[in-house]
Design a protein around this ligand. Structure first.
Ligand code: FPP
Ligand code: MG
Length: 324
């Protein structure tokens, strides 16, 4: 069953209006910027973030004009961060098509990311809610901090579960936390509900990233080759757990590979297998289950529009069972 399609169907009207508002937000007379924006918008992405904004708003009381501005703001900021991320990672593919840096070069890519970020801030002002402007500005800080920390951790070969969770909280979970918070705020929800939804979104984000990190250990078509995180020096939870829990001599051998950065295909395969053998995937799946149980109990504690509660719960199933 395609869970995300079920959610998309329930939000059909909002998502159509969202696409129109998104395109309107980036309309401009500059043909060079337009060319890049047209390229970026031609690949839609999974639209998980706007889905979460609208679903939260509908569960709490209803979508308002500010909800659209909020959803557009977050999508623009997210897109800007991905354009910059592809420059940093030297990635040539994004959302199944050549990345902005691959088509237009780094110079244009940096500037188009800046343009989208600035547009995001202008859209946030249209919500008429200074708290949302602050959420968005803080989100930009968190994404940047997460990316910087990840880079430093990879360079210094730091293997530490707390540092890992700090990075995924900043670089992935902060985005979904902002979606749920903005959805709740723009629907007029009370403070307690807004805070609960922020935590709910954060949990979804952490789960999303944990699942994404597990994909790197298996050969399936998930848009990037197996072991590509490790090759970039990103040591994720399955391997961190195995390094902490395997017999010391085995772990030391693996640490030797990581510290010397000799990421040949054979060494990467050895690291992947080591993480699996020493329970890294099971541990990560247990974390996912515990987080989703917490998200479930948050939903149970809230009084919501009952038409939308099952769709919020469907998000868990989507995150747990998604295959890419
Ligand atoms: C994807 O990570 C990238 C991010 C989650 C955030 C990137 C953030 C920045 C570049 C800094 C902030 C920029 C702005 C404009 C505020 P990934 O490389 O792990 O995932 P991928 O496989 O999708 O590339
Ligand atoms: Mg990247």
């Amino acid at each position: 069953m395609d869970f995300s399609q079920v959610i998309k169907d329930a939000l059909r009207l909002e998502l159509i209006r969202f696409e129109i508002a998104l395109r309107k937000s980036v309309e401009n007379d500059n043909r060079w910027i337009s060319a890049i924006i047209n390229h970026v918008l031609s690949a839609e992405g999974k639209r998980i973030r706007p889905m979460l904004v609208f679903l939260t708003a509908k569960s709490c009381g209803g979508v308002t004009p500010a909800t659209y501005y909020g959803a557009v703001t977050i999508e623009l900021l997210h897109t800007a961060s991905l354009i910059h991320d592809d420059i940093l990672d030297e990635s040539s593919i994004r959302r199944g098509q050549p990345s902005v840096n691959a088509v237009f070069g780094n110079h244009q890519a940096v500037l188009s990311g800046d343009y989208l970020l600035s547009t995001a801030l202008r859209e946030s002002v249209k919500t008429g809610n200074l708290e949302i402007v602050d959420i968005i500005s803080h989100l930009g800080q968190n994404l940047t901090e997460g990316e910087l920390s990840q880079f430093a951790i990879a360079n210094e070969a730091i293997i530490d579960e707390d540092e890992y969770f700090n990075v995924i909280d900043k670089k992935t979970a902060s985005l979904l936390a902002a979606c749920a918070k903005v959805g709740a705020l723009t629907s007029g929800a009370d403070r307690d509900t807004v805070n609960n939804f922020e935590r709910f979104g954060r949990i979804l984000g952490i789960t999303f990233q944990l699942k994404d990190d597990i994909f790197d250990y298996y050969s399936q078509d998930v848009g990037k080759p197996t072991g590509s995180d490790i090759k970039e020096g990103k040591i994720t939870l399955p391997l961190i757990f195995a390094l902490q829990n395997a017999p010391r001599s085995d772990a030391d051998e693996m640490l030797e590979i990581i510290r010397s950065r000799t990421y040949s295909d054979a060494n990467v395969a050895t690291l992947l297998q080591f993480a699996k053998t020493h329970g890294g995937i099971d541990y990560t799946n247990q974390k996912i289950d515990a987080l989703l149980a917490e998200a479930d109990s948050i939903l149970e504690s809230l009084s919501l529009n009952e038409d939308y509660r099952p769709l919020l719960q469907l998000l868990f199933k989507y995150l747990k069972e998604r295959s890419y």
